[in-house]
Design a protein. Sequence first.
Length: 281
Amino acid sequence: MGASFFIVAGEKTGMILKDLMRLLDEVAPFTMKEEWDNPGLQVGDPSMEITRVLVSLDPTKEAISRAIELGAELLLTHHPLIFRSINTINRREYPGDIIYYAIKSNISVVSMHTNLDISIHGINSLLAQEFNLKDVEPLSKKENCIQEGAGIGVLGELDPAQTLDEFLKRTKSILRNDYLRVVGDGSLVIRKVAIVGGSGGEFISLSRQRGADLLLTGDLGHHHGLEAKRIGLALIDGGHFFTESTSMKLFSRKLKDLFNDNNIHIEVLYFEDESSPYGFY
């Protein structure tokens, strides 16, 4: 990571939330978000002192309960709690129930969503590192972006090349998901890989155009599979939850390094027990 990722801080115990938000903005500027998105402070007091952060994919009641249990003042999530304007906070309806619970429990909630997707320090770059991809570049570059080289998805080289079967074994291990949906023959040699964490079916054609042998993403439908098969692109549906929860776990480790390197005394924890809303039978 470049020097711009780090902000030197003096000796301190914790950090005021508004200052922590500025630090997170250095990692993944909130203004890089997609127009429809709403990352940033969802619930909380900007003047609250933060000494412990719990990182999770989703802002659920279970995540807030774990934050309370662990003594974390801040729940840092990927998915926002509030996507659009709301007129009423009803404790018996979503998202009012979670907003109410967070406020009552004095837990602040901050999300880093599409800004973290797009950032060069974000979820796709972290997955690329985990898969040991080389010469990584954005799959779909964002023009006029605050960060040079930022974009949606990543594209990188496998060195050495692997068969699809070999890459699938690695994917199951990294994502902790034994139920992958796949397009392609297991003996296919994979040299160039595209990764779009979360939902990336719209990038099938672009991945092939950019020379990818394989696209790893989630939320794929029947017609996505047909399209990939037609153009000769191997496809792995690793699941929206599994691709992004893995990324957030990796991101929590990066935050630990960031705080340690800057002498910031904030403990970073990851919600290990978070699970997909879907089961497998």
